[in-house]
Ligand binder design. Structure first.
Ligand SMILES: Nc1nc2c(ncn2[C@@H]2O[C@H](COP(=O)(O)OP(=O)(O)O)[C@@H](O)[C@H]2O)c(=O)[nH]1
Ligand SMILES: [Mg+2]
Ligand SMILES: [Zn+2]
Length: 396
């Protein structure tokens, strides 16, 4: 069997690597070793697919500690010997390294990924993602470590890319949808797109309308009421005079939050206000000009000093409604739901039909006009065209 692989994983060789590491040239050595580890990990995948002999061999199994595979929903998980493993959370990606924040000592470890994990993932881009809970093992006495296992995910934000799911961040409790009262203009239909996306994923949304210093806040009341009646939490904020910041801080404390919203709405400014230790860059001009490259940037977790995490999610334009069809959108306008059963036609679109329960509810002011209008606009949006190339031009 895997002669090549076995040779590569001879324990002596592994030991030699470790001895090679000198503190004075730590960075350089570490980089080489990580690259090497990524290569050898890939060969481990072959070893495993060829049978169990790898685990049966004492020396090898001690190094590889492969015990088995278990399935959890649609995820395949690796069962590892937890002795010697540490638990942590993936905070970011730097080059080839996955940065993992250790639960116990709060330090960040640059990790590589055990090759077998790649063959367990349905998609190579989703092997390890920001927010993942992982078990990792330190190898040698430097801060070189390997991720051994990725825990089951919940609360995922993802986007579609060529018909496949690309997970942006895992294990979030809620999504903060940031819009503006002005500059750029207040766009309820955009907020509603994010809401539909959050509802689709079963993630609790919080709506934040920032820059209220630029308008008379009373002009927002009709919208705030509509969201409130639909059951959403709305917070009005201003980073200039601090209105709403305490309330926002309370909503973020001890929770893991993905922050969504167009560039320029004040996401970074808001986060700096709720936690002035963060020092995030704001009004980054390159954020505007590099729109195209946003999609390749990975999400980064930022710990809050008062507990909890936030994550600025890039690639937001693309991920919004990629896995939702126009026919199911009405169900994600949560306050429409009670009235849909009263529609005469089962496939009612609530636009032109007679005997429509939703339109009736709008007429009786049981559903707000602003939300209903945003529903109509969403249906007319060209996102449905690029989602279904057959219907027209494919838009990136
Ligand atoms: N008038 C006003 N401007 C704000 C407010 N919050 C942020 N800004 C400005 O909006 C611009 C974009 O802010 P930034 O935090 O970089 O937005 P991001 O792209 O969403 O992270 C900056 O020029 C900020 O100074 C606010 O409450 N009121
Ligand atoms: Mg920003
Ligand atoms: Zn209807």
């Amino acid at each position: 069997m895997a002669d090549k692989g076995r040779k590569h994983h001879r324990p002596q060789e592994g030991k030699k690597h470790r001895v090679d590491i000198r503190r004075n040239k730590q960075t350089r050595t570490r980089q080489q070793n990580l690259t090497q580890d990524l290569q050898s990990s890939d060969e481990t995948v072959e070893d495993v697919s060829r049978g169990e002999r790898v685990t049966a061999r004492g020396d090898l199994s001690r190094r590889r500690t492969l015990v088995g595979i278990e399935s959890h929903g649609d995820q395949l998980l690796r069962v590892v010997d937890e002795a010697g493993c540490r638990s942590g959370r993936v905070s970011s990606f730097i080059g080839l390294h996955v940065m993992v924040l250790d639960d116990a000592d709060g330090k960040e470890y640059a990790c590589s990924i055990r090759g077998i994990l790649r063959s367990l993932a349905r998609d190579s881009r989703n092997v390890v993602v920001t927010g993942d809970r992982v078990l990792f093992r330190q190898e040698g006495d430097v801060s070189q470590a390997v991720i051994e296992r990725v825990e089951p995910r919940r609360g995922i934000l993802s986007r579609g890319s060529q018909g496949r799911e690309h997970v942006l961040v895992a294990n979030i409790d809620q999504v903060l949808i940031v819009g503006t009262a002005a500059d750029p203009d207040f766009k309820p239909q955009l907020i509603d797109r994010y809401l539909v996306s959050a509802e689709r994923r079963g993630i609790q949304p919080i709506i934040c309308i920032n820059k209220i210093d630029l308008v008379d806040p009373r002009s927002l009341l009709v919208h705030v009421r509509a969201y409130g009646r639909a059951g959403y939490t709305v917070v009005l904020t201003c980073t200039r005079d601090g209105r709403g910041i305490d309330q926002l801080r309370g909503l973020l404390a001890n929770r893991q939050t993905a922050v969504s919203g167009q560039s320029g709405v004040g996401k970074s400014s808001l986060l700096n206000c709720v936690d002035n230790e963060l020092g995030l860059r704001t009004a980054d001009v390159s954020d505007w000009t590099r729109k195209g490259t946003h999609t390749t940037r990975r999400a980064r977790l930022v710990p809050l000093t008062f507990g909890g995490w936030v994550c600025d999610t890039p690639g937001i334009r693309q991920f919004e409604l990629w896995d939702i069809s126009i026919e199911e959108v009405d169900g994600y306008y949560v306050e429409f739901r009670p009235f849909i059963p009263y529609c005469r036609y089962q496939d009612c679109t609530h636009t032109h039909e007679d005997g429509c329960g939703v339109k009736e509810a709008v007429a009786q002011a049981l559903i707000s006009e602003s939300r209903y209008n945003s529903y109509l606009r969403l249906r007319e949006d060209d996102i449905w065209t690029w989602k279904n190339p057959a219907r027209g031009h494919v838009k990136q």
